[in-house]
Design a protein around this ligand. Structure first.
Ligand code: NI
Length: 217
């Protein structure tokens, strides 16, 4: 399941992040790429130890969001990178590493930090079985997609593209199971809105909790 979260950052948070990034020192993105991804990764990022407040702010903004909670079921949001693509930079086709340090990557996210009109190119392209999806979203919007996909960032042909990218180890490893839980939870909440704590609501709640108990790891 691929989905967007508009305004995952408030206007104040977005401007705080943009101010920090405007004066931050960026280094070659190849330093955090796997051996073959180095061949296709042409971008820059902030050193792993810098901009701690910004990373923490992004982590909290995502984690507190109800849609992120319901659809991703995060156990740990990790390995957050703040990346910059200047004119001519891109990230060619790759799949994200399954393990980053001690954490598994189940779900990948990109939070756009530049407005789409501030650069040309730079679309995030996620490959599906039959076609590709392109994303170039408003600053402050997050796109969430399975880490198992092949994806790329198209070359930036003008301007600068700033993003935060990161990964999530989910309580539910399997994307299909996460989607089942999300759909059931969506129906359950809708039922509650329509008719309160009915018998149907109670049984759905029981199913949801017991599926979680079977699948959580
Ligand atoms: Ni990637």
């Amino acid at each position: 399941m691929i989905f967007q979260i508009p305004d995952v950052l408030s206007a104040d948070e977005l401007s705080q992040v943009q101010t920090t990034l405007a004066t931050a020192e960026f280094i070659d993105g190849k330093l955090t790429a796997g051996w073959y991804a180095k061949q296709v990764k042409h971008n820059q990022q902030i050193k792993g130890t810098e901009a701690k407040e910004v990373r923490e702010l992004m982590r909290q903004a995502l984690t507190r969001h109800p849609l992120f909670q319901a659809a991703v079921r995060p156990k740990q949001v990790h390995s957050l990178l703040l990346s910059r693509y200047d004119t001519g930079m891109e990230y060619g086709r790759h799949v994200d590493n399954a393990l980053m340090g001690n954490q598994r990557s189940d779900v990948s996210f990109t939070v756009f930090l530049s407005e789409p009109q501030d650069y040309d190119g730079g679309e995030l392209v996620v490959e599906g079985a039959a076609d590709e999806q392109c994303y170039k979203l408003a600053a402050g919007t997050a796109i969430i997609y399975p880490s198992s996909t092949l994806h790329r960032v198209e070359p930036v042909t003008q301007g600068t593209r700033l993003v935060a990218v990161g990964w999530v180890q989910s309580w539910i490893r399997d994307a299909a199971k996460r989607e089942l839980l999300f759909d059931l939870d969506t129906v359950r909440r809708s039922l509650y809105t329509q008719s309160g704590k009915s018998n149907e609501f109670d049984l759905l709640s029981k199913s949801l909790a017991n599926l979680m108990r079977q699948w959580v790891e």
